[in-house]
Design a protein around this ligand. Structure first.
Ligand SMILES: [Fe+2]
Length: 476
């Protein structure tokens, strides 16, 4: 056994861990509150060497489940390798025969159930591993080990036994999925995945797992067919799902040829430092992406921290990096005695807060005396500067002059040219009651209206008399 810093790192990252399937009583010092009872379930890589073969990356190791059961102030520990098809194949072959993200494996096509893996040569999307090593997911009373692909494995939370394999693709067309789902107040699971080049489209899919089976809630087209963004998690507030489409992208063509080129899939993830990071908000109530898009500079993020809504804004926090060096750091070859230097070379994590306005581009009337406001808005509509036209029978404010009478006159009018972001929806001139902000009329025009800046309204009585009648002539 090696000693010193190198030995310690090898022990933490590289050395295969023994499993302890039977409960081991832990020695407790201090006192655990009597209400604190249950099982802490954890997941992560525990085996990086199989026979003579070794994984390249720490995130590739065989999933080792472990648990701390807390009961009557006592703690019991156990651990068990996930008996995935991948694990069983590897152990039977006594070498790595199934590819993981950072390690490409070349199995004997005749000798294992992963013969389908040879579809790599003819299909874009490979048959992925079921070595679900990243997280634990709850779905009602059912517990699953998860990773970032279409397979999840049900487990027994008490014994850590491996149960059935669930394939998301039987319910929703996705190839990748996050291992950081969210849960709604009813206990449903909300997760996101990427559907790669399915029926000529690449898209991000938000799906819900009610008790029966996963179902699609909303889809977001990928900005690029062959370069979808990689994402490890997404955000959720009370009414919105926050998806950050970062310029850290999967190159599908590189991935399709990785097997023949003899490189791992991780090498197909590329950070485009000059691209933008796009932020999408999905309204959980309408199950639609909001029409307003937000973007920021290029960044890499893995984990969302928090998200909430306040004063018509969505606020969310993420841990972001300036590049992808974090993933590179966990290649086992970098987890050596130079580890501390390697860590220094990696991008520094930064906690970033984004505050996105939910109510932009609408027409708002704000009363500075009462601090009350009223507004007009419509989906896909981008109002231009509102112009107030006083009523000729002015009696009070919003009729056209300062409020000095209780007599109500005819209301003034607000005019605004509306450009729409929905191709099927025609632009129009919006005509609002200035007092109530209720729509009085709209005049739709079948032209490509541009989003204008400023202007003014000239009443008929102020027009030069020689201009009168010009319109009638033109329309003749
Ligand atoms: Fe994570």
């Amino acid at each position: 056994m090696a000693s010193g810093p190198l030995g310690a790192l090898e022990a933490i990252f590289g050395r295969n861990k023994e499993e302890h399937p039977e409960p081991l009583r832990a020695e407790v010092t201090g006192e655990i509150p009597s209400w604190m009872e249950g099982i802490l379930l954890r997941n992560g890589p525990g085996m990086h060497t199989i026979g003579e073969s070794k994984y390249n990356h720490w995130f590739d190791g065989m999933a080792l489940l472990h648990s701390f059961t807390i009961k009557n102030g006592e703690v019991f520990y156990r651990s068990k390798y996930l008996r995935s098809d991948t694990y069983n194949c590897n152990i039977e072959a006594n070498r790595i025969v199934v590819s993981e993200f950072g390690t490409m494996a070349y199995p004997d096509p005749c000798k294992n159930i992963f013969a389908k893996a040879f579809c790599y040569l003819s299909h874009t999307i490979p048959e992925f591993t079921d070595n679900c090593l990243i997280n634990i997911m709850r779905n009602g009373e059912d517990i699953y080990a998860t990773s970032e692909v279409n397979f999840i494995r049900k487990i027994n939370p008490q014994t850590l036994e491996t149960l059935e394999k669930v394939d998301y693709t039987k319910y929703v067309a996705i190839n990748l999925a996050t291992s950081h789902p969210h849960y709604d107040s009813a206990g449903n699971v909300l997760n996101m995945g990427t559907s790669i080049v399915d029926k000529g489209k690449t898209k991000y899919v938000i799906f819900k797992i009610p008790s029966a089976a996963p179902e699609v809630m909303c889809t977001i087209p990928s900005r690029s067919l062959l370069h979808p963004s990689y994402y490890h998690s997404f955000g959720m507030s009370e009414n919105y799902i926050i998806f950050v489409e970062q310029p850290f992208k999967l190159d599908i063509l590189k991935m399709a040829t990785a097997y023949i080129r003899g490189v791992n899939w991780a090498s197909c993830l590329i950070f485009h430092k000059d691209d933008k990071t796009w932020i999408h908000l999905i309204d959980k109530r309408t199950k639609k992406v909001t029409s307003t898009k937000f973007y920021t500079d290029a960044m890499v993020l893995f984990h969302h921290v928090n998200a909430y809504e306040e004063d018509d804004h969505v606020v969310f926090d993420v841990i972001s990096y300036t590049d992808n060096s974090l993933y590179q750091m966990f290649y086992l070859k970098n987890l050596d005695s130079n580890f501390e230097n390697n860590v220094k070379l990696a991008a520094i994590p930064t906690c970033k807060r984004f505050v996105l306005p939910l109510q932009c581009d609408k027409v708002v009337k704000f009363d500075i005396l009462t601090k009350k406001r009223i507004h007009w808005e419509e989906e896909h509509c981008w109002p231009a500067e509102p112009i107030f036209v006083p009523s000729p029978n002015t009696k009070e404010e919003d009729d056209g002059r300062r409020h000095d009478s209780s007599v109500t006159g005819e209301a003034g009018i607000i005019l605004s040219a509306i450009v729409t972001s929905e191709p099927e929806k025609l632009p129009f001139l919006l005509i609002l009651d200035a007092k109530t902000f209720k729509e009085i009329a709209r005049a739709t025009v079948n032209v490509e209206l541009h989003l204008d800046l400023h202007g003014c309204f000239i009443p008929q009585k102020d027009l030069k008399t020689e201009h009168e009648g010009d319109l009638d002539k033109e329309l003749e």
